[in-house]
Design a protein around this ligand. Structure first.
Ligand SMILES: [Zn+2]
Length: 429
């Protein structure tokens, strides 16, 4: 038996040590010791080998545009939307493609190989839609790019948004988006949820809405989203992104809402870096965190995936395409500090988000596509703690990024020279 590649001695996310054999772009075997011929054998002993990172919520049409045409001085969501409105008419097809491809290079280098990106359809030229459909083709050998038709200025609030959403879906955009809390009235918001869910049901598509991205405890469009999901039989194919208003809702109401979301099988996508930055802006002190109720949703069996949302764009002036930054922030804001919760935070930027995106070929299993990342960490919790260096990224069985382990050299007399800040938690007595 001969394989194309064998990765020797990696540590799987569940802690087991295993060799992984790859042939024809797929995982051919996973076992404690694979003693066979291979075109290349790569030693990854003691390093975490994981399925790739997944970002279930991103804006690739806006990424890396920071500073164009100016920066967001207040840092608020609303100034961000206004600023994006100024930038939109200035966009060109080539510039959107160039920025998106540059971002995809960053993503590939970080082992981030599946991205769901919203694309604004409120520009009548649908220039960003065309550009990102082109990017999707260009990166298909290493990144699964899923696009969401996103009527940023409101399905009803913006005169051509409804027609443009339909045009974008006709052009091949994968997922139906929405922004009910940004419509002019609660009633319009509710109606937009119903119409968009019906659109998705008619076309057999998934739904992912920006939903209740607000500190207003009365912003309750998630209720309608869950209800329409049930009515139209869309369970497992619908996600509510942000859901920040839930942070501020009345506890009694939430006790009724969470079982509804669970029964409807609607997934939740909080975006910790952005939620902690944009929410609570109208507060003095105490200042709300604004992130939705992640541990409570998990307790109710609701699927949750963490998204990154923004990198260097009108809404966020930082970001590195590192989903471990996202997990790190989410863990802190949600206070998910016990080991099981911390491991769950890692799953929320890998397997859980892959399930939300419906990625059937994803995972470290025999027969699945050989997409993976090797990290300079011993386990998923350590990966989050260190925001660990990516040592190797493989897509479709090919190495697409690689770097040598390079511990910092210390020059302190009497102390060891090499330092990498890895830490082994002692086993309990
Ligand atoms: Zn977003």
């Amino acid at each position: 038996m001969s394989f194309d590649t064998i990765l020797k001695g990696g540590v799987l996310p569940d802690g087991a040590q295993a060799d992984i054999a790859i042939t024809d772009g797929r995982i051919a075997a996973i076992a404690a010791n694979i003693d066979a011929e291979a075109g290349e054998t790569i030693d990854i002993a003691g390093n975490l080998v994981s399925p790739p990172f997944v970002d279930p919520h991103f804006h690739m049409d806006a990424t890396l545009s920071y500073g164009q045409p100016r920066i967001n001085a207040s840092g608020t969501l609303l100034e961000g939307i206004a600023l994006w409105g100024e930038l939109k008419p200035l966009l060109t097809h080539d510039a959107v493609i160039e920025r998106a491809l540059a971002y995809c290079d960053w993503a590939a280098s970080m082992g981030l190989l599946a991205i769901r990106s919203h694309v604004d359809v409120c520009d009548d030229r649908l220039l960003a839609v065309e550009a990102l459909l082109e990017v999707k083709k260009q990166v298909a050998d290493y990144i699964d790019l899923q696009l969401v038709a996103f009527p940023q200025d409101g399905l009803y609030r913006s005169p051509s948004a409804r027609a443009n959403t339909i045009r974008a879906l006709d052009m091949g955009v994968d997922v139906v988006g929405g922004i009910p809390h940004f419509e002019r009235t609660m009633a319009d918001g509710r109606a937009s949820v119903t119409e968009l869910c019906e659109m998705a049901a008619d076309r057999g598509l998934m739904v992912d809405m920006h939903c209740d991205e607000s500190d207003d405890p009365m912003s309750r469009h998630i209720e309608q989203l869950a209800c329409e999901t049930q009515r139209l039989g869309l369970g497992g194919r619908v996600a509510g992104s942000h859901l920040t208003s839930m942070h501020s809702m009345d506890n009694y109401y939430v006790s009724k809402l969470l079982p509804l979301i669970a029964e409807a099988q609607v997934a939740a996508i909080p975006n910790p870096l952005i939620n902690i930055t944009l929410q609570g802006r109208h507060d003095s002190y105490p200042k709300r965190r604004g992130m939705t109720r992640v541990p409570e949703m998990l307790k109710h069996g609701i699927r949750v995936g963490f998204g990154q949302d923004c990198v260097l764009d009108p809404w966020y002036s930082l970001g590195t395409a590192d989903m471990l930054d996202v997990a790190f922030m989410g863990l802190h804001v949600a206070q998910m500090t016990n080991p099981a919760d911390m491991r769950r935070c890692y799953e929320m930027v890998t397997t859980q988000s892959a399930a939300i995106m419906g990625l059937a070929d994803y995972g470290l299993e025999v027969g699945k596509r050989a997409d993976l990342v090797v990290l300079d960490a011993g386990n998923p919790i350590e990966a989050i703690r260190l925001r660990a260096t990516r040592l190797l990224v493989m897509a479709r069985g090919k190495v697409i990024a690689r770097r040598a382990r390079s511990p910092m050299q210390l020059f302190i007399p009497g102390r060891e020279a090499g330092i990498d800040r890895r830490f082994t938690v002692p086993a309990p007595d």
